[in-house]
Every structure is written in structure tokens, then in C-alpha cells.
Design a protein around this ligand. Structure first.
Ligand code: ATP
Ligand code: MG
Length: 396
């Protein structure tokens, strides 16, 4: 994309689903703008305005527009986005800018199509007239081109709006969903695996701010395993915004379970401790739910019977967005959000270290509770919470 000096460029952000929210729309858009500003930190200063389900992000001074576009493509609530040239609402100016701005693309293409949208009805030409006029003119400027309305190599879009006209190519798909923060906050149980980062980002897409809790078992698990979790969390922040990460020492609990409880109940008891502690921290942090990366049938602790035991006694809802997904589907998302390569680094998790040889796949709650009575449950919970440390992770 090339611009004559003096011509301004900006990024147009089209809000998707939030446009349907009627009365809430204004505050949703304000939240989205706040999230966009945060995502653009370090790229450059932008001025934001909004009109007609579009947000305009105008750079103030120099900035890397491709980087800005990339960052904004991960902000939830945006259905589509594009860089665009700002033009005077005058057909000759529009023609000139279109030919210049999209010159490289048009030269490399064999076919093109013009699409026009006129929301300023005082503009003297209708949308079809703009298309015909600009299309004809571009055919004369780039004689090798043909028009293809079905499947053009290059799409030339002209939007005539209130304060100016905008010229751009095909829009990029945005991250979709609704703005982070519009649905409250939830606590993600974040392991070092593939599933839980995906689960967290999926819920952020539904408007939840994310806090996270990780259980680690030094010296059975290494510093590097913990670092891996922080890296995962940091990668998630590009979608979720800042994430407060709570790190809970879990060694004493795991050892107590191993020492006092039946081995085949070890996993489910461990999982119940995690949920219970996560809920206590969640309530302190004003979270209204828990999130896990559980998927039915994936491992012994994720049978229906195990899930029932894991959940028993909790008051907060447990959100499990990947519950019905195949591993392959979860992996596809984890690649897309760029957590996969980190997730597959081979460091031991506290679960893998203490995993029983033959975990019960159909634990009965009465039996689980009986095993737990062998432990000083509350004291273990409270000590782990007292030793929890907290860090705030933000996008780099
Ligand atoms: P993942 O790929 O997310 O690690 P998994 O297939 O390994 O999942 P489990 O180990 O049974 O499954 O864990 C199920 C869920 O429990 C995880 O998705 C996560 O939400 C939570 N969890 C497991 N281990 C931990 C941990 N050490 N710290 C925090 N949460 C955990
Ligand atoms: Mg795991």
C-alpha cells in the first residue's frame, strides 16, 4: 500500500456482534476502544473515534501500521478490520487515491472488483454509480485488468461516510466475540498443557476478563516448568489483556495425598483440592466463575464420574469451553493463538509427577470424601493459599 505524502491512513474496525446489543452498544464500543489502546501500547499513539458501528483508529505521528493491524486483529469484539486511505469526498480524489493506494496489488492482479458503500446520502453519486465510474477508470489506468465480480484477485472498496471517504482493499477477519471485560471476570486453572490456555482464550472471547491460577510442586517440578506457564500466560495476554497469575505451592498437598490416601483416588482428590483453592482465590478476586480445559473422556480425571466429584461442593459455576472438543480441534485453536509450541515443551506438571498408576475412572463421591477425611483438609488448603504469590502478566 502506497500513499502520496499528505494523504492520511488509518485503521477501520468494524464491530460485529456488539452492534446487536442495542442499548449497550455505546459502552461496549468504549470498552473495545480501551482494549484496542492497550493492545497498541508500544506501537504508537492512536486517536479513536466511533460512528456507525465503525471505530476509527487514526495514528498520531509515525507508527508501524502492519504491526498495529496485527495487534488489533486479536482484540475481541472486532468482526473485521482494514487499513484505509482517507480521502476528500470527491470522485476525482477518490479515483486518484484508489489507483495509488492499491497500485501494487492492482499491478500484480488479473482481475478486480469495486465495492462502494455510501452512508452519506448527500454525496451526489449512488453506490452503483461510484462502482461503475471508478471501475471504468481503473480499467483505463490498468489495461491488463478485467472485472470479476464473483472472485476478484483484488477488491477495491470505497466507503463514503460522514466526514470523509475511505479507500481500502479486502478487509481482514477480526477476532470476533465480544470485548474482554464486558462479561465480568473468571479464574482459569492454567496448567502447562495444551487445553487450558485454549479454554482461557475461548472464554475471553465471550467477554470475560481472565485471572489465572497455577499449581506447582517444587522440587518435583522445575523452575523451567513454571517459566513455561508464565510464557503461556503472557501469550494469552495478547487476546485477554493483562492476566493476574496466582502461583500456588502444591507440594505439601500432593505429598499428603500420596502418603494418606488410596493411590487410585489420588488424581480426583488432587483435582478437588485445585478447584477448591481456585474458588477461594477467585472469590477474593471478584471472579464469578472458574474455567478449566477439561474435555470428556480425555484422561481418567475427565470421565463424567470424575467431573461430578471434581465439581461437588463448589459454589461458582465451572466453565469448560473445550468439554466437547476433540484433541485435534483444541490443537488447531492452540496453534492459531500461538500457544501450541510452548505447551508441548516437555516439562513435568505437578499432576504428571503424582499421577497414580491406575487412577479410578468411576470414583464415587462418598468414597472420595472418606479418603479426604484422612487429611487435615482445611489446614492444607489455608496453608497453600497463604503461600500463594501473585504476578501480573501483560502483553510485551
Ligand atoms: P491441559 O492440557 O490443560 O493441561 P490436560 O489434558 O493435561 O489439560 P488435566 O491434567 O486432567 O488435563 O487437567 C485438566 C484441567 O485441570 C486443565 O485443563 C486445567 O484447567 C486444570 N489443571 C491441571 N493441572 C493444573 C495445574 N498444575 N495448575 C492449574 N490448573 C491445572
Ligand atoms: Mg495438564
Amino acid at each position: 500500500m502506497k500513499l502520496e505524502s499528505g494523504t492520511k491512513e488509518l485503521i477501520l474496525l468494524k464491530s460485529g456482534e456488539i452492534a446487536l446489543k442495542g442499548l449497550n452498544r455505546g459502552s461496549f464500543e468504549d470498552l473495545m476502544i480501551k482494549n484496542c489502546k492497550r493492545a497498541l501500547r508500544g506501537v504508537g499513539e492512536f486517536r479513536f473515534t466511533k460512528a456507525q458501528s465503525t471505530i476509527y483508529a487514526q495514528p498520531v505521528g509515525d507508527c508501524d501500521m502492519e504491526e498495529a493491524l496485527d495487534r488489533l486483529s486479536r482484540v475481541f469484539g472486532i468482526a473485521a478490520l482494514t487499513r484505509a486511505a482517507v480521502v476528500e469526498k470527491d470522485m476525482e480524489a477518490i479515483r486518484k487515491t484508489a489507483a495509488q493506494y492499491l497500485e501494487e496489488e492492482l499491478k500484480a492482479a488479473s482481475t478486480f472488483k469495486v465495492a462502494a458503500k455510501r452512508s452519506d446520502k448527500s454525496f451526489p453519486m449512488t453506490s452503483p454509480e461510484i462502482c461503475r465510474e471508478l471501475g471504468g477508470w481503473l480499467l483505463r489506468q490498468f489495461p491488463h485488468l478485467k472485472v470479476d465480480v464473483e472472485n476478484p484477485d483484488v477488491l477495491v472498496v470505497v466507503e463514503v461516510r460522514d466526514f470523509a471517504a475511505y479507500v481500502h482493499g479486502a478487509q481482514l477477519p477480526g477476532a470476533g466475540g465480544i470485548p474482554v471485560g464486558s462479561s465480568g471476570r473468571a479464574m482459569l486453572l492454567l496448567s502447562g498443557g495444551i487445553d487450558s490456555p485454549v479454554a482461557g482464550v475461548m472464554m475471553a472471547k465471550r467477554g470475560l476478563s481472565i485471572s489465572a491460577v497455577h499449581f506447582y510442586s517444587p522440587p518435583y517440578t522445575s523452575e523451567r516448568a513454571l517459566l513455561k506457564v508464565k510464557t503461556l500466560c503472557e501469550k494469552m495476554t495478547r487476546y485477554c489483556g493483562t492476566i493476574p497469575l496466582h502461583i500456588v505451592p502444591f507440594t505439601e498437598i500432593s505429598e499428603a495425598i500420596k502418603e494418606h490416601c488410596r493411590e487410585d483416588f489420588g488424581t480426583v482428590i488432587m483435582r478437588r483440592f485445585m478447584m477448591r483453592i481456585a474458588q477461594d482465590i477467585a472469590l477474593q478476586e471478584e471472579c464469578s466463575g472458574l474455567i478449566t480445559g477439561e474435555s470428556v473422556g480425555q484422561v481418567a480425571s475427565q470421565t463424567m464420574a470424575s467431573l461430578a466429584c471434581t465439581q461437588a461442593g463448589l459454589t461458582l459455576p465451572v466453565l469448560r469451553p473445550v468439554i466437547g472438543m476433540d484433541k485435534e480441534e483444541i490443537i488447531a485453536i492452540s496453534r492459531k493463538i500461538d500457544t501450541f509450541e510452548t505447551s508441548i515443551q516437555p516439562f513435568d506438571d505437578c499432576c504428571t509427577v503424582f499421577t497414580p498408576r491406575h487412577p479410578k475412572t468411576k470414583p464415587r463421591l462418598e468414597e472420595v470424601l472418606k479418603e479426604e477425611q484422612k487429611l487435615d483438609y482445611e489446614a492444607l488448603v489455608q496453608r497453600a493459599i497463604a503461600q500463594t504469590t501473585k504476578e501480573r502478566l501483560s502483553p510485551r
